[in-house]
Ligand binder design. Structure first.
Ligand SMILES: Cc1ncc(COP(=O)(O)O)c(C=O)c1O
Length: 437
């Protein structure tokens, strides 16, 4: 027990008994104690390079000294403040975010969770489209797990299906998942049939739709980057049909793709944009950006006790500074390009690697049992994750409960060359050993 010596392990064991199952809890057999940069340590002192950035939050790395300093200084001053009052970090962060916000997305609100931000975005769409109750969302979308957002999240497991009917206002349409096209056609010859299908759905639907809510790069559902032209056509269709476009950028904002926002990378702007995860360098914070000419919330429509948590707001100011000072967007682009190049070389060698896709440090590798049939390698992905832990690398896995077949490489943007080589070595060893013979 080299890391934590004073802790009573028995006390910890006893604590574990009381954890309600299902909130993921201890699905992975590690008790984490501290982290630095791209590396996290467990209670035995073993180190892991974390390609999940702990749910894609630590873009600036674990325990970045500037972020920690800003948070501690704020705690000493004021750790909590009702949303009714202004605080220094709130106004400072609003200025920074307002200047960064793409296009006219200049009206900003805060909360603590991505799911709550998405609920806010849905409310804003309903305020601005007062006659519409319905929403469109894409297959494989992930928008959270509150009662409203779970209905916009991929629902393949009966557990989720139990809750999604609570919000019966979501209509799912096929996504542009070219590796496994839902329409079984091929890009670019398909002429973006999936985008046109959105238009048909809107034209033939019986009830008015307020908005399409979508991730501009689908993450949890399978690391799906859409083909060129898709987002542009979707934007046009939303305009043609008079509905709003909501980007859920909770995973993509703040550098993961090598740009500050996916909206900038793909040069297609939404009307409402939600952010979360990486904004505060490991502290809880999320929010919504609204087009400045649209109507904001009515008073008290989206206010929660801890929404304007000053410590997170101060940490977020420092995080945005670090992203800039350390040139982390460019780091993400360069490191990501290198990792993708190496993975594409591996793809030529191993049957298990069906597809490699991504941008910046948002990389997914789809594992298959057979490149031709594309039979998903579900069990292999779970073994991949487990074996990698033994070798000191935490890989992400799409979906959960064995329903995903995509390995995710999304480390902190500060990951160094040596760590990258180690990740690639472990990846290749496992691709070799798990490739069907
Ligand atoms: C794209 C996306 N949207 C929404 C959420 C929900 O965020 P939170 O878990 O903070 O509620 C997540 C979380 O993984 C996400 O990846």
């Amino acid at each position: 027990m080299s890391v934590v010596t004073k802790l009573d392990l028995k006390e910890l064991e006893e604590g574990r008994k009381y954890l309600m199952s299902g909130s993921v809890g201890h699905a992975l057999p590690l008790l984490l104690v501290n982290g630095k940069g791209a590396v996290v340590k467990d209670i035995s002192g073993k180190e892991y390079i974390d390609c999940t950035s702990q749910a894609w939050t630590y873009n600036v790395g674990f325990s970045h000294p500037k972020v920690i300093k800003a948070a501690i200084e704020q705690i000493k001053q004021l750790s909590h403040c009702r949303t009714s009052f202004e605080t220094i970090p709130k106004l400072r962060l609003l200025k920074k975010l307002g200047e960064l916000a793409p296009g006219r997305l200049k009206k900003i609100s805060f909360c603590l969770h991505g799911s709550v931000a998405n609920e806010g975005a849905l409310k804003l769409a309903m305020i601005n489209k007062p006659d519409a109750q319905k929403f469109l969302t894409l297959y494989d979308n992930y928008s959270g797990r509150t009662l409203a957002t779970i209905a916009a999240t991929w629902p393949y497991h009966p557990i989720s299906r139990r809750f999604s009917p609570f919000m019966h206002n979501f209509i799912r349409v096929p996504n542009a998942y070219c590796y496994r096209c839902p329409f079984k056609v091929e890009y670019p010859g398909c002429d973006l049939l999936c985008a046109e299908f959105i238009k048909t759905t809107l034209e033939k639907g019986a009830e008015p739709v307020a908005a399409l809510i979508m991730e501009p790069f689908q993450a949890s559902g399978g690391m799906i980057e859409f083909p060129e032209g898709y987002l542009k056509r979707v934007r046009e269709i939303c305009d043609e049909c008079g509905i709003l476009l909501i980007y859920d950028e909770i995973q993509t904002a703040f550098g993961r793709l090598g740009e500050m926002f996916a909206a900038e990378l793909y040069d297609v702007l939404p009307d409402i944009l939600t952010f979360g995860k990486a904004i505060a360098g490991g502290f809880p914070l999320a929010g919504v950006m609204l087009r400045e000419d649209l109507k904001p919330y009515d008073p008290a429509v989206h206010s929660f006790t801890f929404s304007h948590f000053p410590v997170s707001l101060a940490a977020a100011c420092a995080t945005l500074d670090v992203l800039k000072e350390e040139n982390l967007l460019e780091c993400a682009r360069k490191t990501g390009d290198y990792i993708i190049k190496r993975l594409l070389e591996m793809k030529e060698k191993y049957e298990l690697i069906g597809d490699v896709r991504g941008r910046g440090l948002m990389i997914g590798i789809e594992l298959v049992r057979n490149k031709k049939t594309k039979e998903p390698a579900y069990e292999e992905v779970l073994r991949f994750e487990k074996e990698a832990l033994k070798r000191g690398v935490i890989f992400g896995v799409s979906k959960f409960l064995g329903m995903g077949n995509v390995v995710k490489i999304k480390p902190p943007l500060v990951i160094n060359e040596e760590e990258v080589e180690r990740v690639l070595q472990v990846f290749e060893d496992l691709a070799k050993s798990l490739t069907p013979r």
